[in-house]
Design a protein around this ligand. Structure first.
Ligand code: NDP
Ligand code: X2W
Length: 349
């Protein structure tokens, strides 16, 4: 069976990556490409890498234009997708790359996003360990008709720390995550601090001091994995590269946990995962290895001097960090093989 799909936000980075992946998906037919200010324009002008779709005309994001599809992807600015989704029939599978439906706590949403909470949808990170018994998030995605795709920083952070918390290897307090993201994470809209002259050849932190809106999203997933509240200090940084996120997470190890036990827990969590790979001991991940792939590469070490577990992950913010997670979750929702239309192979150099 072929499913018809509309992609709204088709002219942006996230929507463009969804379209790129859907072009290689055997069970999906892209029938509508929608956006807003660029309605009426030829997609080829705005997404010149999407050759197969170059002659499509962008339509406006309206309930009428999105109606009648089996699947609707939303890749809109935060706060825009809730109203659009509410106008779609319950049977339509809606996959939202934005943040609107990720958080379970209305007060956390209001604090970090400043608008009314729109509700919570199943979280689109199939490999996430969701409880101390080692359950995985993919079970909540099978047959789902609404999917909230994770933020790109939370994907690498959650995959880094959830197995350790679920297995009780580390204390739930004093979790520290520092991530470096490529500039595409900020979207296409022109912003002075993202000009090439500002970002090339340098790095800088932002959202420091617990102010980044991904802090509650990461804490939410880690608290579920460990079965208790967690405290996280999260610091994002902007790196001079178009795509990619390197996350380094550390946590206080519980007494008596050695290197072998840590590796055993991560091998058990991810050994059968098609898109999360624990690297051989001593090989540390590089963002270049996962460009344009749906892969997350992970390495860990025990810092005996500081008594902390150190876990690093890399992913492509637009692929596994957004569009790949969206397609992988959609596959589960539709009952298709989870890897359909996705590759774990990157590009090089
Ligand atoms: N970039 C990333 O790495 C990630 C992004 N996301 C999420 O995906 C979403 C899109 O991000 P991104 O692609 O980076 O952003 P971009 O700024 O690159 O693209 C935004 C898209 O939304 C459309 N749009 C803007 N305003 C409206 C509106 N009022 N109604 C309908 N469409 C509108 C734009 O269309 P037009 O230009 O025609 O106005 C454009 O297609 C965000 O919620 C973001 O958080 C999630 C994970 C990672
Ligand atoms: C570099 C950069 O600006 N990154 C974005 C995160 C983008 C992302 O993936 O998250 P959302 O889906 O929640 O927008 C930021 O810090 O807001």
């Amino acid at each position: 069976m072929t499913y018809t799909a509309a992609v709204s936000g088709a002219t942006g980075y996230a929507g463009g990556e969804v379209l790129r992946l859907l072009c290689g998906h055997p069970d999906i037919e892209i029938t509508t490409v929608a956006a807003h200010s660029s309605a009426g324009r030829r997609l080829g002008e705005l997404q010149p890498h999407l050759h197969a779709l170059a002659d499509r005309t962008v339509v406006d994001t309206t309930a009428e234009n999105l109606a009648g599809h089996d699947v609707v992807f939303l890749a809109l600015p935060h706060g825009q997708s809730a109203a659009v989704a509410a106008a779609l029939p319950e049977g339509t599978v809606v996959v939202d790359a934005g943040a609107d439906h990720r958080l379970t706590s209305a007060s956390a949403w209001e604090k970090f996003y400043g608008t009314e909470h729109a509700g919570t949808w199943p979280y689109g990170l199939p490999e996430l360990v969701t409880d101390p018994r080692g359950g995985k998030q993919r079970e909540a995605l099978r047959g789902a008709t609404r999917i909230a795709v994770p933020g790109c920083y939370p994907t690498g952070s959650l995959l880094a720390l959830a197995p350790a918390l679920a297995a009780g290897l580390v204390a739930p307090q004093d979790l520290v995550v520092v991530s470096a993201s490529g500039t595409s994470g900020a979207g296409k809209a022109a912003k002075p601090h993202l000009l090439g002259a500002e970002t090339m050849g340098g790095m800088s932190p932002y959202g420091v001091g617990g102010g980044h809106r991904h802090t509650p999203e990461i804490e939410q997933g880690l608290a579920a994995a460990g079965g208790q509240d967690v405290t996280l200090s999260f610091t994002p940084t902007l790196a001079p590269m178009p795509r990619g996120i390197l996350t380094t997470a550390t946590a206080v190890l519980r007494l008596g946990i050695d290197d072998a036990r840590v590796r055993e827990v991560y091998d058990a969590a991810y050994g059968d995962e098609p898109f999360v790979h624990v690297l051989p001991e001593g090989q540390w991940p590089t963002t270049k290895s996962v460009q344009a792939s749906n892969h997350v590469a992970l390495q860990l070490a025990v810092d005996h001097h500081a008594g902390r577990l150190v876990v690093s992950t890399v992913l492509d913010n637009l692929t596994k960090g957004t569009a790949g997670a969206a397609v992988q979750s959609l596959n589960l929702a539709l009952g298709l093989p989870e890897t359909t239309g996705l590759t774990g192979q990157g590009i090089a150099p």
